[in-house]
Design a protein around this ligand. Sequence first.
Ligand code: ADP
Length: 274
Amino acid sequence: GEALAVSARVAPLGSRLVLLLVEDLTEARRIEAVRRDFVANVSHELKTPVGALSLLSEAVMDASDDPEAVERFAGRMQIEATRLTNLVQELIDLSRVQNDDPLDDAEPVRVDELVAEAIDRCRHAAGTKQITMAAGGTADLSIWGHRGQLAAALGNLVENAVNYSPARTRVGIAARRLTAPGGDHIEIAVTDQGIGISDKDKERIFERFYRVDPARSRATGGTGLGLAIVKHVAASHGGEVTVWSSEGQGSTFTLRLPEAGAARDRAQQHPVLD
Ligand code: ADP
């Protein structure tokens, strides 16, 4: 098809270039397919709560002489509206992390502050399930990065740990410095005693909209975008996110990110000339 036509045109230029062009085209097609899937997924995810809201508002009107029913329907409308708000917010977050280079606004970000913020964000959900949250090793550590993006990434991991754990379990957050020749890194591990993730699903959970159990994810207000945001933030900071999990026992998600000291030293060694 298209790819072959291109290779025929450029064939005299050398096989190496042909190969590159063909690869580029395949890559361009793949990106286009991913984009189309994404738009289809977004449309589907938006339609679900909007459809529910529309049906529920009709139900409210039909039940206007039954105050109890009105209250019940209104409660469900509130849940659907929250779901819609979460989804729109996560879509905005995702597009921000994809568009803004975090290193343009990089600064030293204290790990104890990030962790405190993430715990704060989940305090209510953890409280209702009597989940204990504990953090350790965070003192005197700083990451070189974009404060808002780092907060969003860690917040998503802690939120998931709480969401996918049964009542009266423990969520632990442990930080440490990793010394390496290429520059030091900070590792933050979020460990839960929750439902765990199968090996098959482990490969896919970082994809946009992928959920192991869509019904459960929706019930907890999940959008399927959280881990895609985490993965993007880690990669754009020059780090990574990894997962260890055992079904029925729990999971550990580990973020590895550049340490502020080392990154700042490098920036000073190569000052921007302007
Ligand atoms: P969601 O909004 O559904 O939580 P995420 O992208 O954050 O979306 O996560 C994708 C899926 O990975 C979740 O739906 C869930 O099935 C699984 N998952 C994420 N974190 C955990 C965890 N700590 N324990 C078990 N499963 C998890």
